[in-house]
Design a protein. Sequence first.
Length: 266
Amino acid sequence: MDLLVSNPVPFDRQRRVDAGALRAHVTWLAEQGVAGFLPGADEFLYLYPEEKRLVHQVVLESASDAYVLPCVWDPDPEVATVLARHAEDHGAAGVVLPPPLGVPLPPSALRAWYSNLADAVTIPVYAAHDPAWANALQVDALTELFLEGQLAGLADRSCDLQRLRRMTDAHTADVIACGDELAGEVATLPALAGFVSVMANLWPVEARAVMDQDAPAGPWLQRMGDVRRAGGLLAVKTALGMRARAPLHDPEQKPLKGLPPVGFTL
């Protein structure tokens, strides 16, 4: 099973994407054995299309032998298509597309959202599921898209082992589990194609050890709780020496002092 990382986006003092910092971090992660990257997956709502293209391109150029699945979400499906074609042209192994957000849509609109993109590119298209979203993707709807060949896989943030097992047992499509709380349990689902971690941005070797059950999950879960209390993704950025940008904000340094040292800082 592959370890993948959802990349945080660093900004410079002018709050522009810091391509050099992103390149350095991705290069280090690839050297630590990270097998894949999902650039833009956690901050897709806060990036302009040209910034998404830049983030995708930098990660694709820096990932070494790792594969890259850029998140190409945009409220305009035509822009999502442009992003996906750009990713395809620069060597992406596939693209990840979350559903439309905010307003609940009928199944026909969700099908069109994915089929239009799948028809526009030749690389695999992965859906994304989060139960907190208005248009969370149910298993039956995904099954139809898998069977029709419109989707190659799913990045699933439900942290629901039963749902993940149902998906992997029923389909040959790639299912990627997302969520650091699952690190110690994904080995019980050998059919998973991969596991996406945010905390692996700080501790990739430890994440791999917990995944492989070569290290106990308890300390990892404790560390995860500490990171979340310190600000979650923003705390990860701060530990790496990255800056954020409005509407996000830089968290205070004090809550991070109890965390173990990280192997990379800017």
